[in-house]
Design a protein around this ligand. Sequence first.
Ligand SMILES: C[S@@+](CC[C@H](N)C(=O)[O-])C[C@H]1O[C@@H](n2cnc3c(N)ncnc32)[C@H](O)[C@@H]1O
Length: 243
Amino acid sequence: MAEEQYQEIGITDLAHKTLLQSDALYQYILETSVFPREHECLKELRQITEKHPLSLIATPPDEGQLINMLVKLINAKNTMEIGVYTGYSLLSTALALPHDGKILAMDVNWEYYELGLPIIEKAGVAHKIDFREGPALPLLDQLLIDENNKGAFDFVFVDADKNNYLNYHKRVIELVKVGGLIGYDNTLWSGSVASPPDAPMMDYVKEFRSYLVELNKYLAHDSRIEICQLPVGDGITLCRRIM
Ligand SMILES: C[S@@+](CC[C@H](N)C(=O)[O-])C[C@H]1O[C@@H](n2cnc3c(N)ncnc32)[C@H](O)[C@@H]1O
């Protein structure tokens, strides 16, 4: 999505990055858990990102910490990320992977990634990343043509255009291995998924709310996965493929 489009739909006006409606409580979590252990390069990347006009779309540091922990817990080696922006979640993943681990990273915008790339290089993990510029759906379709890619991924993080999440799920579920994990970001969508559709909400929230509601319903009934929805960041749904 282009910067002007984000501005048009009002994302830059979002008041809170996370579901916690208390800045003090969020700050407490950051200061007592995340920041003391945040990798120096993640800190640098966060500081660069904060200067960008779209910094609100970046993965928040507590969620980056969760992703880093998950990747280590499942011993992931072959991973994918859809929606990179400047690379906070990408770097959180890359730092957790073994030296020969891989991330296939997709984003329509190379310029955002370019902002974070020097920090990723400095962290010594750029060799793990295969960045593909372009819309993710055709890239996923291309991957699915090769049978070897089916069930080949240990972990997939989806954090791109919300109107395509269900389309991503229909493809990614075939690419992740049985026992592997998919993380969908923003599944609580500023808490709006639990509000009536006519409740007052910002344009940006209103525009995409129905896609998240639809995704959440679909995931709840998809027998191929077990799920765990966490109120971290803007809500992340973890899906473990079981068949
Ligand atoms: C919420 S941001 C990703 C944040 C990122 N995970 C981080 O850690 O900061 C969403 C990203 O998705 C990208 N995007 C939007 N539509 C896309 C599409 N169809 N295919 C791939 N990427 C897309 C945008 O360019 C943007 O960088």
